[in-house]
Design a protein around this ligand. Structure first.
Ligand code: AMP
Ligand code: MG
Length: 434
């Protein structure tokens, strides 16, 4: 085993920090090519392929921001009371045809188009109305107030959304507000997924003594579905050279990413390394983190890709070899794979990094500097209104229930030591608003 050299991506085994691993991955990846047109209602979570240029001004016309009376304040003397004569009512969506003279006003509804020549709206509740006369006390409104200008939200020809945006509900609504019915998005990232291990059994099958059910494939497939990625489920692969070779080759053939769990720790059979090394420059890391030390990453090419002119020739698949331990598999997925897969799928950097928030730690956390620790935590609002986090009961690396109970990961950074109760800690929330 070598110490971390200048290139952590070189094939071989390296000690590496979480940040170094993240940087090495980000530096290596090249986003996939290819896009498709999809209906607006299928667009949430997908990645915009090109800037979405607004074909219209939003709003399309000057309009009223209030229910009130529209008039031309610019033409009236400043600093005095105004008495205006109301000449009618304009509703949203109905044009006003006739001119409005100086000293006249029109009752106007929010969103209704401002008549030609009028610049100001006085809100209904701020004026006194007697019959058709509307009294406005001095200083109630300034000229131009309560009028939304055409193109104020978005000018025609300007980008409403930029390429690489991971589309959220408001973005889909924004596209609809511009009249779009379809969007051009990146094709889905194809991720081939398999679990390894002779002791692993598919749910639905009888469980032999000493065997356990495969949970990683289901955890990871679900995480990929949330990211709107295409899951190619290659099932369970026994600890067997030929079976692993076949699974790796099929995965490279069909997918942009090969996501595996298990079989990458130092104690695992050597042929895993042989097979992966034969297909690419795979680095095996011992990451200074807990849980989740072993991690494999690197580019893979189809067998004989250099010589063959087949469909997959020259195309790279990226291996993310996660540890088998169920908590470690998901923690390393969140710590490395999630961001990397979004980057590969074409997302802008700002949309790949989940916010790292601060919460007050309800308990003391023992930790020594020199590695990053991820504890499962529950974030809640304490009695004094401050958001607090407490570690869930069992932090055992194999205890998937702790991950299920938790709503956040507590991230205790590489250089950090123990945390006292009451001190702030970093947290990653599992969920944001949808
Ligand atoms: P490994 O990394 O293959 O040495 O596995 C580490 C631990 O995780 C072992 O206890 C395995 O039984 C367990 N494990 C590996 N793969 C899975 C899986 N797909 N589902 C649940 N547990 C697993
Ligand atoms: Mg194993």
């Amino acid at each position: 085993m070598t110490e971390l050299g200048p290139n952590p991506l070189a094939a071989g085994e390296h000690n590496i920090s979480v940040d170094e691993a993240r940087q090495a991955i980000a530096a290596a990846l090249v986003p996939i090519q290819g896009d498709e047109t999809i209906p607006l209602l299928a667009a949430q979570g997908r990645i915009l392929a090109a800037d979405l240029i607004s074909p219209i001004d939003v709003p399309a016309h000057d309009n009223s921001a209030m229910d009130g009376y529209a008039f031309n304040a610019g033409a009236l003397p400043a600093g005095t009371a105004w008495t205006l004569r109301s000449v009618g009512t304009i509703y949203a969506g109905q044009p006003w045809g006739s001119p409005v003279a100086e000293g006249e006003c029109v009752r106007i509804m929010t969103g209704a188009v401002m008549p030609e020549g009028l610049d100001t709206v006085v809100p209904l509740e701020l004026c006194r109305v007697e019959g058709e006369l509307v009294q406005v006390a001095p200083g109630t409104v300034k000229p131009g107030e309560n009028r939304r200008k055409a193109g104020e939200d978005l000018a025609r020809g300007k980008p409403a959304l930029v390429a690489g945006r991971v589309l959220r509900p408001a973005d889909v609504g924004l596209a609809a507000s511009l009249g779009f019915t379809e969007l051009r998005v990146r094709r889905r990232l194809r991720v081939a997924l398999f679990s390894t291990g002779d002791e692993i059994t598919a749910p639905g099958q009888p469980l032999a003594p000493g065997h356990i059910y495969d949970s990683n494939r289901f955890t990871l497939a679900s995480a990929l579905q949330r990211l709107q990625m295409e899951v190619i489920d290659l099932g369970l692969v026994p600890d067997d050279r030929a079976a692993l070779q076949a699974a790796v080759d099929e995965a490279i053939e069909r997918a942009d990413v090969v996501l595996t769990s298990g079989g990458v720790s130092a104690g695992d059979a050597d042929y895993t390394r042989d097979i992966l090394r034969a297909r690419g420059e795979v680095a095996f890391w011992k990451v200074a983190m807990r849980p989740g030390r072993p991690f494999a990453f690197g580019p893979l090419q189809a067998a004989g890709a250099a010589e063959a002119a087949g469909a997959s020739a020259g195309r790279t698949s990226w291996l993310f070899g996660l540890p088998g331990n169920p908590v470690a598999a998901l923690v390393t997925f969140y710590a490395f794979a999630r961001q990397a897969l979004l980057q590969l799928a074409g997302a802008v950097p700002a949309d790949t990094v989940p916010p790292l928030l601060q919460a007050r730690s309800a308990a003391a956390i023992r930790k020594r500097p020199g590695r990053t620790e991820f504890q499962r935590g529950i974030v809640y609002c304490a009695a004094d209104g401050i958001w607090e986090v407490r570690p869930v009961g069992s932090q055992g690396a194999g205890v998937l229930r702790s991950m299920s109970e938790a709503n956040a990961l507590i991230v205790v950074h590489h250089g950090q030591g123990s945390v006292a109760a009451g001190e702030p800690v970093s947290v990653w929330l599992f969920d944001g608003l949808v």
